[in-house]
Design a protein around this ligand. Structure first.
Ligand code: 13P
Length: 310
């Protein structure tokens, strides 16, 4: 098979086996996609273009089809794939979502991977919802990400005090549950709660600077040791650098980044749209080169060690 057409699941396993990570960049405004793809190509970093449901309900991404069509026009499969991020079963406003319809449509349209987010459900409900989506997506060879534990931040209310959450591990992914969850659902990648938080998306707070989160590497190890699949870190903006780099060495194979590239775009999009695009390009490069140190990972992921790390 031509290397650049290799399926995304294989590339994720390669990333994990080589102790590197695939960054995923959220696109809440369609024009942001071009500078993100350019930044990935120019840094020779393999990454994902992502859209989450909230990006067409609360921002201006348009919808599944618009994002897909825009992606077809600019994709470069040496460096990019298209991922459907967070499709919640219960959304950030506590409302039920027709998640299975959205996910099925994404698989039919041709997204390379999808995420079902049942993290606001009970454990057994999350298993049932995730398993049904895995069955549906795997029938089309599309890998599925799911979430277990509470990565907070998208809700509109105030966050509980961060230090308290971190010290108590409240909402962190439970390793025993993670083991059962992965076995029962057959999910491909697991988003874990180990200290990161999402950047705010509520209109009143979305422009605020994010707090500097940390990660519990101890908890990450406990999870990694029992699940045997690539782990995903949400809330990738503004995590203490030493923690993120450590996290990549301890099983994180995908890191989601939204706020770091959205805020510079929003600051300029109405007044100076051209400069807003440049700001996205620069911010994406900074995340790749400085924050995550993921330049030049495309070669490693396409032709690196094929040995399974699990
Ligand atoms: P940040 O906004 O903190 O970068 O988080 C993005 C994210 O996790 C999207 O799924």
């Amino acid at each position: 098979m031509v290397p650049h057409l290799m399926k995304l699941q294989k590339l994720m396993l390669r990333a994990a086996a080589n102790h590197t990570a695939i960054p995923g960049f959220n696109i809440p405004y369609l024009p942001m996609m071009v500078p993100v793809v350019n930044a990935l190509r120019d840094t020779r970093c393999f990454g994902l273009i992502m859209v989450a449901r909230l990006e067409w309900t609360k921002f201006a991404a348009g919808g599944l089809r618009q994002i897909f069509d825009a992606y077809q026009a600019v994709k470069d499969e040496r460096y990019t794939r298209l991922h459907l991020d967070h499709v919640p079963v219960i959304d950030e406003d506590q409302l039920p979502v027709e998640y299975d319809t959205i996910l099925r449509e994404a698989v039919e349209i041709g997204y390379d991977s999808v995420m079902v987010d049942g993290s606001r459900l009970s454990f057994s409900e999350n298993i049932a919802a995730t398993r049904a989506i895995v069955d549906m997506a795997h029938a089309s060879n599309v890998p599925v990400e799911a979430e277990l534990g509470a990565v907070l931040g998208h809700e509109s209310g105030p966050l509980p005090p961060y230090e308290e959450v971190f010290a108590t591990g409240c909402g962190f992914t439970d390793p025993d549950q993670a083991r059962i969850f992965v076995k029962e659902t057959g999910v491909d990648w697991l988003s874990v709660a180990v200290g990161s938080v999402h950047g705010a998306i509520a209109a009143a707070t979305r422009r605020e600077k994010k707090l500097e989160a940390r990660l519990s590497i101890e908890r990450l190890d406990q999870i990694r040791n029992v699940v045997g699949i690539p782990l995903v870190l949400h809330g990738g903006t503004g995590i203490r650098k030493a923690c993120v780099l450590d996290g990549i060495q301890h099983g994180i194979a995908k890191i989601n980044v939204a706020t770091a590239i959205r805020q510079p775009y929003e600051a300029l999009m109405d007044s100076e749209p051209e400069r807003a695009l440049e700001a996205v390009y620069r911010a994406t490069r900074d995340v790749i080169e400085k924050d995550l140190e993921l330049s030049n990972t495309a070669d490693l992921i396409h032709i690196g060690d094929t040995q399974d790390c699990f």
